[in-house]
Structures are given as C-alpha cells and as structure tokens.
Design a protein around this ligand. Structure first.
Ligand code: FES
Ligand code: FE2
Length: 469
C-alpha cells in the first residue's frame, strides 16, 4: 500500500480498490466502469438443500425457468429462413427458427398429435413434419397438413398452429421466455445493453462454443464464476497478474450485476513477493489468458523502465487486436483491453465486457437433474473490418466425464476451467454431506451470489402466491 488509494472500507479488502487501479490507466476510462451500487443484501446463510432437493428444483422449474428471459442461440446460427436451433431447459424443448428475414420465432418442440418431438437435431427445414405419423406444420408454425386428417374432425376450426414462446434479441443473441405475460426483454437487459454499446456485440461472431455437462447443481456451477478470490487456491498460477481479493462488485438492479478484476496487477495475496513488471508479464504470457489474449512473443516480455506491466500488456493487446481484425484500438482503455469485466444477467448468463474476444457463459440444469448442470462457454470475436464475416463455430459438446482440455480451441482457458470444475463435484458431494445444512456467503465479494438466491426466493414466493390466489 502506498497511501494513494481510497480510504479503507471495512467490508472490502484493505488493499487498493479497482477504481484506484483505474486511476493509473493510460487512456480515459468510461464512467460505467466506476464503482456502481452496493446494496445491503444481508449475511444470512442459505440451506444447502437448495442445491439438491427435488422439491426446490421443482419450484425453480415452476416459478423461475418458466418465467425468465434465457439466451437460446446467436442470430448468426440461423441466418436463413427455415434455419433452426433447438433450445432445451428443464425438460422443455423449443425450436428457435427464422420465419422471415427479420423475424425469429420459438415453437414448442412437440407434435400436437401424440406428442413426439418434431425435431431432435439442429438444421434447416421447409416444413416441420413429425416423423411418427407425418403431420406437418409450416416453418412459420401454421398447421400444414395431416395424412390422416379424415380421422380428425375435432381439429376442424380449431387453432392447431404450433404454440410459441416469446422471443427477443440483443447483441446478436436470441432470447426466449416461456411466460406469455413476461415484461419485454429490455427490462431484463437494460443496464447491460447501455454499458455494452461500445463493445460491438452485434458485430462479433461466435468463434468458439463449448458445452459441458458437470456434476453439480446449476447454481453451484454459476457461483464458481461469480467471485474472483477463489484463485488463491484454485488458480494460484494467475496470482502474479490478477488483482482478485480487491475486485469490484456491483449490483445494478434485479437482473444485472458484475465483477471487475484488474489484470497486470498482482493479487493482494502475493503482495509480499514484489514481482517486477517483467515477471508479471512473463507470468501472463505463460498462463491464463488463453485464446482471449495473444501470448507475448520472444523478446516482447521485457517491460521498459517506467512502464507498468498493466500498461505494457494493454499496448501489446492493442497491437495484436488491430493486426488481427483491422479495427483501431488506439484509444481503448487498458481496463477494457485486459481486465476481467464480467457482467451477469440473473439467473444464468454472464457476458464479458471490453474489446478483447468476449467470453459469454450460460449455466443450466442438465435436464431435470438437480445434481448436474450444463455450462456453455462461448467466445465472441470481432468480425474483421475487411472481408466476409466468419461463420459461427458449431457447438463442441463435452460429456460429464470429458476433460475441458479436449476442447483444444479454448487454448490456455481449458486449464483454467479444468481447475474450476475440479472443485464442483466435491462441492455437490459436500453439500449433500453437510452437518449443519447451511451455506455462507461473503458479505461484499459474494453478495452477487446471495442476490441470485434472493431473486430465486422472490420468484418462487411470487409464483406460489399467484397460484394461491
Ligand atoms: S405424434 Fe406426431 S404425427 Fe403422430
Ligand atoms: Fe475460476
């Protein structure tokens, strides 16, 4: 500590804050990176059974998953009329399809005859014809024909079009909501959309998509990516260059929260090591950045006198990004070129801000199993300034026993995810084994996790109250 940082705040780590680090940035910082709201969300523990109880899981099915906006796919995955992607959540299945050049709809993936799923693989169709008895619907969901129509007098004059869920789009993503009375998507994403205007999400393409089944409840999976200070024991190799324990956390509204961790700055856990800028850069080059950050090449890891590791790394990244996609990054802040800037949209999505290739996470239950979840890791890259837009990457699916390292496209990130996931089966087993049946969260740095639980509780309470009426 050099005395130049903000006054000590009792609920924060006593080292310099993220905003203090921003003060040393070599470029102007946008206002939205400054400390945002920190509501008092209390300190009460939550029951461990929320992570495995079938009854609680069913309440989430009834009152959360059926009510919220969920990211289903990218628009670029269904560019032509008739293209569709299947989105599945807690046993529901939706066909998300382009029905016109400027229109996307989501149909329940169920034949209205005897219930067979209409499609089981993503693709492109000029009709949705059920493989069981051949009844068909047009790609806009309207009823088309029935080979045994003579036997269905009861369908005459009846609405036999495919039932739909709501659809919204933002940033090149398609979102669905199964609640016909849901508020518009922008009431969920508003703050995020405002902050992300400068990051050109629609101009990005899906460069990587890995989807893996993990042995833990979907909330435990999400929570592994909602605080930074687990790096002290889970990712010790990143401590020389990630300011973790002094990360910034904000909760803007019911739906949008975030965490910021500075890179190119050592963790307070290793302050006593007094790493030199060159040692910090060497640690960064060897680890952690994965395919988000270009490695520092031979002869590029010597930091000149008077330059901080953070500023040096940011400049390298400006150069590398410009060389790769042809856009100008000269005025982009150091923070937006290197820091971990994770926004969360309650309950199950995370979008990285900044100009680097952006990570996007989605966490879901694995079918109707409280004890396993699915994590999608998407990486968006900016389309080159010149030339055709690259095609979106297909989904690389990893099973419950597959290693992240099998997804070689993730580069060094695979090792980081492997470390994160190394904890999670034992978190799930530990929750089942709990002696006092309680889970505790840190007051500040884990407040977003608590907030996630509070929102689930609120949706369950409101849903149950509405049923009782
Ligand atoms: S179940 Fe689909 S046509 Fe019979
Ligand atoms: Fe981690």
């Amino acid at each position: 500590m050099d005395g130049s940082h903000s006054p000590y705040r009792p609920d924060r780590h006593p080292s310099e804050s993220y905003e203090d680090i921003l003060c040393r940035d070599t470029r102007p910082i946008p206002d939205h990176l400054r400390q945002g709201p920190v509501p008092d969300v209390g300190v009460d523990p939550v029951p461990a059974s929320r992570y495995f109880s079938p009854e609680y899981f069913q309440k989430e099915v009834d009152h959360v998953w059926s009510k919220i906006w969920q990211m289903a796919c990218r628009e670029e995955e269904i560019p032509k009329v008739g293209d569709y992607v299947i989105y599945e959540i807690v046993g529901k299945s939706l066909i998300v399809t382009r029905t016109a050049t400027d229109e996307i709809k989501a149909f329940y993936n169920t034949c209205l005859h005897r219930g067979r799923k209409l499609v089981t693989l993503n693709g492109c169709k000029d009709e949705f014809r059920c493989p069981y008895h051949g009844i068909a619907w047009n790609t806009d969901g309207s009823f088309k024909d029935n080979p045994i129509g003579w036997d269905f007098p009861q369908w005459e004059g009846r609405d036999m079009n495919l039932p739909q869920a709501r659809v919204g789009t933002w940033g090149g993503f398609v979102f669905i909501n199964m609640d016909p009375n849901a508020k518009p998507l922008m009431e969920t994403l508003g703050t995020l959309a405002e902050h992300f205007e400068r990051y050109d999400y629609p101009g990005r393409y899906k460069a990587i998509h890995v989807s893996k089944v993990v042995r833990c409840n979907w909330k435990a999976l999400a929570e592994a990516f909602m605080e930074s200070h687990h790096s002290v024991t889970t990712h010790p190799q990143i401590l020389p260059f990630l300011a973790d324990a002094n990360s910034q956390y904000d909760i803007f509204d019911d739906f949008v929260s975030r965490q910021f961790s500075a890179s190119g700055v050592p963790s307070p856990f290793v302050h006593d090591k007094n790493y030199t800028p060159t040692e910090i850069i060497q640690a960064m080059g060897g680890q952690g950045g994965g395919s988000r950050r270009r490695g520092f090449e031979e002869g590029q890891s010597e930091v000149p006198d008077g330059v901080s590791a953070r500023a040096f790394a940011a400049q390298q990244q400006r150069n590398a990004l410009s060389a790769e996609d042809g856009h100008d990054y000269s005025e982009c802040s150091d923070a937006e070129l290197g820091d971990a800037l994770l926004y969360n949209v309650w309950p199950n999505m995370s979008f990285w801000a900044g100009y680097n290739p952006n990570l996007v996470y989605r966490w879901r239950p694995n079918g109707r199993d409280p004890d396993s979840g699915i994590m999608d890791v998407i990486m968006l890259k900016r389309a080159p300034k010149e030339g055709p837009r690259p095609k979106p990457a297909p989904v690389h699916e990893l099973g419950i026993d597959d290693a992240w390292s099998e997804a070689t496209e993730l580069g060094g990130l695979a090792g980081i995810f492997e470390q994160d996931m190394g904890n999670l089966p034992y978190v799930q087993e530990g929750l089942h084994a709990s002696g006092n049946g309680l889970v505790h969260f840190g007051k500040y740095s884990e407040m977003r996790i608590r907030h996630m639980h509070h929102m689930i509780e609120r949706y369950i309470a409101e849903g149950e109250a509405a049923r009782g009426r």
